[in-house]
Design a protein around this ligand. Sequence first.
Ligand code: KG4
Ligand code: ZN
Length: 337
Amino acid sequence: MNHDIYVLGIETSCDETAAAVVKNGTEILSNIVASQMESHKRFGGVVPEIASRHHVEQITFVIEEAMNQAGVSFQQLSAIAVTQGPGLVGALLIGVNAAKALAFAYGLPLVAVHHIAGHIYANRLVADMKFPLLSLVVSGGHTELVYMEEHGKFQVIGETRDDAAGEAYDKVARALNLPYPGGPHIDRLAHEGKVTIDLPRAWLEEGSYDFSFSGLKSAVLNTLHNAKQRGEHIDPKDMAASFQASVIDVLVTKTVNAAKEYNVRQVLLAGGVAANRGLRAELERKMAELNGIELVIPPLSLCTDNAAMIAAAGTVLFEQGKRADMALNADPSLELA
Ligand code: KG4
Ligand code: ZN
């Protein structure tokens, strides 16, 4: 008897149409991502209506490609896992309905996955998860510190009160006339510049693991505006370096403090901003001082939105007996629980 678990994951919460097949929650058999970045670039951000239309065009092809590359038939699948939320409702609906249609047609169990749970479980595709653990999820839409005592159990101990970290990167990049998405451009400039501009760090109340990046973003915009009024020149490289230093300082300090307070065995990094070279380096440096806590950082392709992470999280939920039915609906503001 074959006990292997094959899960098809489907992800359409934002601007990537993605499908993947994962074996036993850890082994990627295929991981297809159709990015719409080029279509949104000229608008300087994701346009929901355009995102939905692209998902409709791409979803069938992307799922077919994932199944073909994996060499697995629908009959061999154990379950279909899909991102239920959070995200853009019109975008989520395409994935949810595709998953429901396939689950119904092939008589397969359906599993609903929270997008952030997916980002966290991207780590299980590269390392064993050791509990208790702490995950820093930093992307264009999220900045969260999530504590986990066991598989499938999430406790959000900190989150952003305004802008997400990636969103702040994208807005500051825009003010510096850099293309969308701006994160990678700021990261590159930051390494060529110096930290010469004094920018705020929002520590919030003593002991809080929440974040806030809108004050920092406003400080950057004001500094640029005032300099322009006075006819002074600010080197974009120095502004990028100063901004990045402030973001990293807060992210790393809060993560390290929480890792100590919660006495975790592992710290996991997740989300698109995990690509940031400065963040990786500083987290590695600070974590090395904390003897015995392992740091896991997935490769970039698993940090940005993909469906292998949804299949990985879905496998755990499937094994725990969690099921969705045909009434499953997209939930743009789904809570992680
Ligand atoms: O996880 P992701 O692909 O999509 C969301 O779920 O949001 O994250 C995209 C975000 C964008 O805001 C982008 O600017 C940011 O990740 N990003 C970076 C870097 N690469 C991507 N931010 C800072 N440094 C980078 N190297
Ligand atoms: Zn994401």
